[in-house]
Design a protein around this ligand. Structure first.
Ligand SMILES: Cc1ncc(COP(=O)(O)O)c(C=O)c1O
Length: 497
């Protein structure tokens, strides 16, 4: 990273564009350029010129600048038009090659311009400038495809080598995955491990809790939890001897109200499973209040972080849940198969996961059939050979995420636009209006007469990517999404509805 103050000293500019560049510089908080993992530029120059016509800018880049027009309109004082970025390495300008290099211009509200976005789309044969709103599903960041390919190539080289370094190397990389997760949620050492997915993570936990935590008690869950977890809780109720209590969504509402959870939550609740942010309304529950209530009732409280983590700040210091489960998909932009389990250290002591195996032990190579022993920490949730590949594939995304600081501000600016445009288009919001009560998505209730699949297809043809659950259209803008994309989404919606 080059400090803004250093940049200010190292670039030169013509007097005629000085004022514009001053405004531009004020908006830049970071510039970095990498090529093949090495810093790609020695010098950054900001020169006068016109990006719309300047030969140093590729047509792809010109389109990007035009797409950014909406941002410029909102912040006219930036004066981006009329400024060309030229990168130099030794022998002078290389605007033409910029798409093979990496240029990131960021301001507080997120990435403004990143040539690796273009490279990414070119590599994956996508049409330039797709409007991506699927952060509730997979999640993308500039350069993800190349980063992931590099990590997986490293894996395959290690795995295919004619030597014996495989396990030590891949387990070390998996450890990096676990450490990144621990830092992300402020989890103490030894309290977190990987799981294949959220459902299997919950299964391991349920099957390990001391019998008295659940038997003869109620397990509380909201009707807008992730259905897969409800299927599991329902299926396990008979064998583990609890009654599943599902708090309903009130007629006409789109999410379960926190006060209805509290009203249903008495001292006979052995376990409550909370959803940090829901997948169908992006409702963010009052986690602190609900956890505090659970503690008063003497219940265990687990939290599914999946839809909130990576966009809404979460720390176990602020939200002391007994356990949390999640995946590295969605806002964290990782791979499938890279879930996590985190549990309070003293509770770990008491759990005896029934799904256990050689990796649950302090020493997996202890093969004495009569001497099985649980590891003293979260490793006891492991069982057979861990699925290292998914963890390794997710490390670049977690590293990228750890280096970001403007993701939420960018999301808030764009979700604000989505909400405003939805109001103008007369669409019903299925997400709380209050910013502190919603996650990173905005859900829209599609009117009764339209067919959601036709709407999604029509938007896809306009290069706009959203999805729907029933009549709920899910719109999740992230780091690769821009204000121009929001405008295109609504141009499409207004035509299609
Ligand atoms: C709230 C929530 N929990 C969990 C999941 C994923 O669960 P699993 O990893 O078991 O597929 C999702 C996926 O969309 C989700 O939205």
């Amino acid at each position: 990273m080059i400090a803004k103050s250093d940049l200010r000293g190292s670039h030169h500019y013509n007097a005629g564009v000085g004022a514009t560049i001053e405004r531009l510089m004020a908006s830049i908080v970071k510039i970095s350029a990498m090529r093949d993992g090495e810093p790609a530029i020695e010098r950054v120059q900001l020169l006068g010129g016109n990006v719309e016509t300047g030969r140093q800018v590729t047509p792809v880049e010109q389109r990007w600048w035009r797409k950014d027009a909406a941002v410029r309109r909102r912040r006219p004082s930036y004066g981006f038009r009329g400024v060309t970025y030229t990168l130099s390495k030794g022998s002078g300008g290389c605007g033409q090659q910029a798409s093979q290099r990496r240029v990131i211009l960021t301001r507080a509200s997120g990435v403004l311009y990143d040539t690796r976005i273009q490279q990414h789309y070119l590599e994956t044969d996508m049409i330039v400038d797709p409007a991506y709103f699927l952060y509730h599903s997979i999640g993308q960041y500039p350069g993800k495809s190349a980063d992931m390919a590099a990590a997986l190539e490293r894996f395959s080289k290690t795995w295919g080598a004619l030597d014996d370094r495989q396990w030590s190397e891949v387990l070390r990389q998996r450890h990096a995955f676990l450490d990144l997760w621990r830092v992300l949620i402020d989890a103490p050492e030894g309290t977190l491990t990987s799981a294949e997915n959220v459902t299997s993570a919950l299964f391991s936990i349920l099957g390990g809790l001391p019998a008295q935590c659940l038997r003869g008690k109620r397990v509380l869950v909201a009707a807008d939890c992730f259905p897969s977890l409800h299927f599991l809780l329902n299926g396990m109720a008979g064998r583990l001897g609890y009654t599943l209590e599902t708090v309903p969504v009130r007629q006409g509402d789109f999410w379960v109200r926190d006060e209805d959870m509290i009203a249903a939550w008495g001292e006979d609740v052995g376990l409550a499973l909370l959803t940090f942010v829901t997948s169908t309304s992006s409702h963010r529950c009052d986690l602190a209040g609900l956890i505090a209530h659970g503690q008063q009732m003497g219940s265990l409280v687990g939290v599914d972080l999946t839809q909130g983590i990576g966009i809404i700040p979460f720390s176990l210091d602020d939200y002391p849940a007994d356990f949390v489960v999640s995946t590295t998909l969605k806002w964290l932009c990782g791979t499938p198969g890279a879930g996590i389990i985190q549990m309070r250290a003293d509770l770990i002591d008491a759990v005896r996961p029934e799904l256990r195996g050689w990796f649950s032990q302090p020493n997996p190579f202890s093969w004495d059939l009569d001497a099985f022993e649980y590891a003293p920490d979260a490793r006891r949730f492991e069982h057979g050979t861990p699925s290292v590949l998914a963890c390794i594939g997710s490390v670049p995304a977690l590293r990228w995420h750890a280096g970001q600081d403007g993701l939420l501000a960018h999301n808030r600016a764009l979700t604000g636009l989505v909400i405003a445009q939805a109001g103008q288009a007369g669409l019903t919001l299925a997400t709380p209006l209050a910013e502190h009560r919603r996650g990173g998505s905005v859900m829209l209730h599609l009117p009764g007469e339209c067919d959601p699949d036709t709407v999604i297809d029509g938007l896809r043809q306009r290069n706009v990517y959203v999805d729907a659950r029933g009549r709920i259209l899910r719109v999740s803008p992230g780091v690769v999404t821009t204000a121009a994309h929001v405008a295109r989404l609504f141009e499409g919606l207004v035509t299609l509805l």
